[in-house]
Design a protein around this ligand. Structure first.
Ligand code: SAM
Length: 217
């Protein structure tokens, strides 16, 4: 079957901007204590549920900084991303971690193998009508009791980014309402345990949302 346009467009966008994106956002977590707190809480939840260190994946891992942060917290983490250039860059920057090309709609992962999954600003390029498939994939790859952490921008309308860093590409950044995204997680059989919204900081234009969920069992 032909690939949907939104995947082709997102891949071309992130392949084009990979180096500039990595440079621009390299130190972003250092400046965002709440983001680090959510990732740290996620890591503690995973370790409490899976004391024998079950694997964790960052789904839509970009240049790999979030995966590296989770690794620094002691998790056995790997990354998956749509953009081959992002994967190449993440491998170069963090040679000790595993990064693979793949799509949220068809994750290259076995059923029930993950103790935890993080989708950190990666569901934001999937049209609303395709998100149920993405959440079905999150449910499929998580082990019973496995944890999911999501981050996304809050809002109703997409923001279109054109010519980022001067590159001739454009992409919609889709915002979401926490209740609607939580409903999608619940619809896929996940139990939402936490919703957190913080006000915009720095160059952010909208509030930012964080959702924690787990696969029952
Ligand atoms: C805004 S960036 C965030 C990257 C990383 N999570 C971070 O916070 O640094 C979004 C990433 O998600 C990836 N992505 C977008 N749609 C995807 C999909 N359907 N499957 C896999 N990755 C996807 C992009 O290639 C890009 O690297």
């Amino acid at each position: 079957m032909a690939e949907p346009d939104f995947l082709t467009t997102a891949r071309a966008f992130y392949d084009a901007v990979a180096e500039d994106y990595a440079d621009h956002f390299r130190d972003v977590l250092a400046a965002r204590p709440l983001d680090r707190a959510m990732l740290t809480a996620f890591a503690e939840l995973v370790r409490a549920s899976f004391p024998a260190d079950g694997p964790v994946a960052e789904l839509g891992s970009g240049p790999g900084g979030v995966a590296a942060f989770l690794h620094g917290l002691g998790l056995d983490v790997s990354g998956i991303d749509l953009s081959p250039r992002m994967v190449e860059l993440a491998r170069q920057t963090y040679p000790g971690l595993r990064f693979t090309v793949g799509s949220l709609l068809e994750l290259p992962l076995a059923d029930g193998g993950l103790a935890g999954a993080v989708a950190w600003y990666s569901i934001i390029h999937t049209p609303q009508e395709r998100l149920p498939e993405v959440f079905a994939e999150f449910h499929r790859v998580l082990a019973p009791g496995g944890h999911l952490l999501l981050a996304f921008q809050v809002g109703d309308r997409p923001s279109r980014v054109e010519r980022p860093f001067g590159h001739p590409v454009a992409l919609d950044f889709r915002r979401g309402q926490p209740d609607r995204i939580a409903g999608l997680a619940a619809g896929a059989g996940l139990e939402v345990t936490t919703r957190l919204v913080r006000e915009p900081e720095g160059e952010e234009k909208t509030p930012q949302a964080y959702l924690l969920a787990r696969r029952p069992g």
